[in-house]
Design a binder for this molecule. Structure first.
Ligand SMILES: C[S@@+](CC[C@H](N)C(=O)[O-])C[C@H]1O[C@@H](n2cnc3c(N)ncnc32)[C@H](O)[C@@H]1O
Length: 286
């Protein structure tokens, strides 16, 4: 009883704090945690540089557009919800195009959740990357648990595994239930493409990028979600997730020669009636 009153009081106080004050508090907390993070030794040698990637060519590709239409038709049957934590439909399509163009053989995804990005990566891999293609996707939650069925809480009708199996991609996808850092520490593989969409706190993303760099194959790519350049809002709702920006700035401040290429505006809608995406590619500074 007592804890219920305390919780209600805390919620009441929180609802009275203006959002700009909440943002300040969050930022201060993020910076404190990031300051305490152990310095990571990073070598960005295997990362692609900006001049090795033409985003405008990738997003305008007719070939990818044609295979996308086929995959989109299949994936649509799962009615993956929007606005419940999965990447938005425009970002799903952008990820599909990137994987189709770059043709990675081995992909690591941090943050499976409802599998919105997972099924798009798997479909693009199957269509473009040949028979050795594989995707490891990790989440601290058992996203396919037949008992908890976590996907139902987010309005999805199929688990990530039901979707990948349903499209015949099951053999190429390996689901891991673990923290990203623990999974990476025990990982025996290396990757051509790593998608970072997990915890999002600055301290964790900082360490995730460091291990991602160590697991990257030559000419590999690291794609960040929720990258807000200069921590400025990207949409009319004014929201900002500072972690990925702060993490990459810390690395740069420590002399790691990387930069983030924000994908900016896509040729198709993303969210809040815009074409803007928070996807950003980590590239090597030359
Ligand atoms: C924004 S959601 C990912 C959305 C997903 N890519 C999609 O499109 O459906 C973030 C996910 O990261 C997971 N997560 C949070 N912290 C993590 C960590 N340290 N290691 C692995 N996964 C983590 C959460 O459980 C959550 O499912």
């Amino acid at each position: 009883m007592y804890w219920r009153i305390r919780l209600a009081l805390r919620q009441l106080v929180a609802s009275m704090v203006p959002s700009f004050v909440k943002r300040r508090i969050r930022l201060r907390k993020e910076l404190e945690q990031l300051g305490r993070a152990q310095r990571a030794e990073c070598r960005p040698d295997n990362l692609r540089s900006e001049r090795q990637i033409s985003l405008s060519d990738i997003f305008a590709s007719r070939d990818i557009h044609d295979i996308w239409l086929e995959s989109e038709k299949e994936i649509k049957t799962f009615r993956i919800p929007d606005g419940t934590g999965g990447v938005n439909p425009g970002d799903r399509r952008a990820i599909y195009y990137l994987v189709s163009a770059l043709k990675p053989v081995s992909v690591l995804e941090i943050g499976t959740h409802i599998g919105a990005s997972t099924i798009h990566i798997a479909s693009a891999l199957r269509n473009s990357s040949g028979k050795n293609a594989n995707l490891t996707t990790v989440d601290i939650v058992d996203v396919n648990s037949p008992i908890e069925k976590p996907w139902l809480r987010y309005g999805a009708t199929h688990s990530p595994m039901e979707m990948t199996d349903g499209l015949g991609h099951g053999a190429l996808v390996h689901f891991v239930t673990d923290t990203s850092l623990n999974c990476a520490a025990h990982c025996q593989s290396t990757f051509d493409f790593i998608f970072v969409d997990g915890d999002h706190s600055a301290a964790t993303v900082y360490q995730e990028i460091a291990v991602a760099l160590s697991l990257l194959r030559r000419n590999g790519v690291i794609l960040l979600h929720d990258y807000f350049p200069d921590m400025k809002p990207l949409w009319s709702n004014g929201s900002v997730i500072p972690g990925p920006f702060l993490a990459t700035e810390k690395l740069r401040g420590e002399g790691v020669k990387v930069t983030v290429l924000p994908l900016g505006a896509l040729p198709w809608p993303t969210k809040l009636e815009s074409r803007v995406t928070s996807l950003g590619l980590l590239v090597k500074d030359e």
